[in-house]
Design a protein around this ligand. Structure first.
Ligand code: ADP
Ligand code: MG
Length: 321
């Protein structure tokens, strides 16, 4: 089966002083239709930077190297206009803060109609579709919602509206960048359920970005673990979660709130912090925080290597884990 998305040696560079820093380095992965990929890592790992390489919504001063293919087509080979069209509809995003995907000064209804311009239908038909979608994402009285402005809605409802907007764009790839981080636990559950449904609706692929392994467990088929800008482990969720082959993955799993009975936002964390892309350690990038590190780890950088047909890890001692 051909891939919806394929990344080949993708790096994301930001201008810094006279040079640049590479916040994402050498990422390669493939995503097939019907799959949900969890892209997981702590804050500062480069998840949003990698997402921006796919969506093309790069901040000023950023540039991407390597190859981003959507449905087999090299994005860089497309003319700007064709890229823009693809990125506005076939590739849709749901952001952490729905205010970034919704226009604050335009009524919801008008925005949801505009998201569907590609359909070439009349305004009334598009409004009807929008109302139907609002109902699908669990909102009552869609006609009233259509007349409201984003700031009149609660965070959870706003996130539902931005999911409706993303789905109305008719995407074949949906990228959700920590869409539940700003929400309470109950609303988070509902949004996750909604994204599960969304994948069925769009008949495409989903990249779900999170720092939370519990969400990966519940939602994703495959997982790609990003640390300080590099993929350190990839594989099917069931296998990776049962038998992580990288100490960073294992540490993230120990922070998984699934085992914690009382809901709390204060989860255990891994001691230390993700190094900045301008200050990467020698040898293995995770070595300074790794409980398994040996002296060799601070000298020789481990390459990411396959461990069986669908798994890979960038740890010298993957086999021993
Ligand atoms: P995540 O989404 O995993 O938290 P980001 O992609 O936001 O990670 O950031 C990865 C690294 O890139 C961080 O060190 C961050 O400081 C840096 N970075 C992100 N955006 C920019 C930018 N626009 N300019 C310069 N550096 C950036
Ligand atoms: Mg981010």
């Amino acid at each position: 089966m051909s891939a919806v998305l394929s990344l080949n040696d993708v790096s994301v560079n930001y201008a810094k002083g006279r040079g640049h820093v590479a916040a994402v380095r050498g990422v390669s992965l493939e995503l097939a239709a019907g799959e949900t990929l969890g892209l997981v890592g702590e804050s500062g790992s480069g998840k949003s930077s990698l997402a921006s390489a796919i969506t093309g919504l790069l901040p000023n001063g950023a540039h991407v190297t390597g190859e981003v293919r959507f449905e087999g087509q090299d994005m860089a080979s497309l003319k700007a206009e064709a890229q823009r069209r693809l990125r506005g509809s076939a590739i849709a995003t749901i952001a952490q803060d729905p205010f970034t995907s919704l226009n604050p000064v335009t009524r919801i209804g008008r925005q949801l109609v505009e998201f569907q311009h590609w359909r070439g239908e009349g305004r009334r038909a598009l409004a009807a579709r929008a109302e139907e979608m609002l109902t699908r994402v669990g909102l009552s009285d869609p006609a009233a919602r259509m007349r409201q402005y984003p700031h009149q809605l609660s965070g959870g409802i706003r996130q539902r509206v931005s999911i409706a907007a993303a789905l109305l764009a008719g995407p074949r790839l949906l990228i959700a960048d920590e869409p539940t981080t700003a929400l309470d636990a109950t609303t988070e559950d509902q949004i996750i359920e909604l994204i599960r449904e969304a994948r069925r609706l769009i008949d495409g692929a989903v990249v779900f970005i999170t720092h939370d392994m519990g969400v990966v467990r519940r939602l994703c088929d495959r997982v790609a673990v990003l640390y300080a800008g590099e993929l350190v482990e990839t594989g099917p969720v069931a296998e990776v979660l049962a038998r992580p082959k990288h100490p960073y993955t294992r540490a993230l799993l120990e922070c998984d709130p699934a085992g914690i009975v009382t809901p709390t936002r204060h989860l255990p964390t891994i001691p230390g912090t993700v190094p900045a892309p301008s200050a990467l350690p020698a040898g293995c990038i995770f070595a300074p925080r790794c409980v398994m590190a040996r002296s060799d780890c601070t000298v020789n950088k481990p390459a990411r290597r396959p461990l069986g047909p669908e798994r890979a890890s960038a740890c010298h001692f993957a086999e021993e884990l």
